[in-house]
Design a protein around this ligand. Structure first.
Ligand code: SF4
Ligand code: SF4
Length: 109
């Protein structure tokens, strides 16, 4: 399985990759320096970080994640996806309530 590695010589530490990683396996300051690094045993090879990196400094690396760690990472990704779905539904409900309130206020005027 391919996982990713970050070219630290190019990385500008924007944190975009860390914020979108569904398994939270991209760490910051873990080396004691202001850098982003991937804990490869937590990577499910989804490729999202590669797509968001503004300077293309994240690259595939051949590595087989041990099965127990891989399953744990997949479980974190499933929980992340469920949480994102819940947040989306909450946002949509808030928008619907706000629009209904505005429409109600317009009808009363
Ligand atoms: S490929 Fe996916 S799981 Fe792996 S570090 Fe990037 S965003 Fe995280
Ligand atoms: S998205 Fe790219 S430049 Fe930004 S912190 Fe991650 S690896 Fe570094």
């Amino acid at each position: 399985m391919a996982v990713v590695t970050i070219d630290l010589a190019k990385c500008i530490n924007c944190s975009w990759c860390r914020r979108v990683c569904p398994t939270e396996t991209i760490r910051y300051f873990s080396t004691g320096h202001r850098t982003h690094v991937v804990d490869r045993d937590g990577c499910i090879d989804c490729g999202i970080c590669v797509k968001v990196c503004p300077i293309d400094c994240i690259h595939p690396e051949a590595y087989d994640v041990p099965p127990p760690q891989l399953e744990a990472a997949r479980e974190r990704a499933r929980a992340y996806a469920a949480n994102q779905r819940r947040l989306k539904l909450d946002r949509e409900a808030l928008v619907a309530r706000t629009l209904a309130k505005i429409a109600g206020g317009a009808a009363d005027a």
